[in-house]
Design a protein around this ligand. Structure first.
Ligand code: NI
Ligand code: MN
Length: 228
């Protein structure tokens, strides 16, 4: 399985001939190397409804026909926006797709989509994290979240090979809380996300990974791919 990082919380997974995008925020993401008109996707997984996570999901799904998997309210909202293939789930639920197994974990955060034109905020259910398992490996994308003690439960019940954890602070965990999260989750490898996109989430990801005492930490440059 190939896993690559594309700035902010954007992660791409290639497995079994399919391309899976998590939180494809491209337009307005100055850190990304992806192009909204060319990016490939068979599946889009969304952690929550905030604009910097839903991003270009509607445009990409309309062009590629990608299946959008999200918590029920957000999946329904994506359907209302013209996404044809949606699969609604909820926190704690897992489903075995032909491309891998998806399980939604909780996240301590908000979940809403801001419709800028009409100045409306649409609430989109509970925010989540995603456990994705394929080829015998499990990836945990924590979405946007505060530190929470049930991360211990996530670590206890799921052997995690790779964890993507937010470190930006302000909207999510900062580096100190994320460091504690690595101890509770027990992932073999942790990659920091959700930093340096906007001024309030400026962080030093290298200082974060060197501070870690549980598992390995690695900063992925934008566009960098690892083999899992
Ligand atoms: Ni958010
Ligand atoms: Mn965010």
């Amino acid at each position: 399985m190939k896993v690559s990082y594309h700035g902010h919380s954007v992660v791409q997974i290639e497995t079994g001939g399919k391309t899976i995008l998590i939180d494809p925020f491209i337009t307005g993401n100055e850190l990304t190397d992806l192009n909204v008109d060319h990016v490939e996707a068979d599946v889009i997984l969304l952690t929550h409804g905030h604009n910097d996570h839903v991003g270009d999901t509607v445009a990409i799904a309309k062009r590629t026909g990608a299946l959008v998997v999200a918590v029920a309210e957000l999946a329904t909202y994506m359907g209302f926006q013209g996404v044809e293939n949606v699969h609604p789930m909820s926190i704690g639920g897992a489903y075995q797709f032909d491309f891998g197994r998806v399980k939604f974990t909780q996240a301590f955060h908000g979940s809403s989509f801001t419709e800028e034109d009409s100045q409306k905020i649409v609430y989109t259910g509970m925010p989540g994290g995603i456990l994705f398992t394929a080829e015998g490996k499990t990836i945990y994308h924590a979405g946007d979240t505060a530190l929470f003690s049930d991360m211990k439960l996530i670590g206890e019940r799921h052997p995690i090979d790779l964890a993507f954890l937010p470190i930006g602070d302000n909207f999510t965990m900062g580096p100190e809380d994320a460091k504690t999260a690595t101890e509770w989750i027990g992932a073999s490898l942790t990659v920091p996300i959700h930093y340096n996109t906007f001024p309030p989430i400026k962080q030093d990801p290298h200082a974060f990974v060197t501070s870690l005492q549980s598992g390995e930490g690695r900063v992925l440059e934008v566009g960098e791919t690892i083999e899992l």
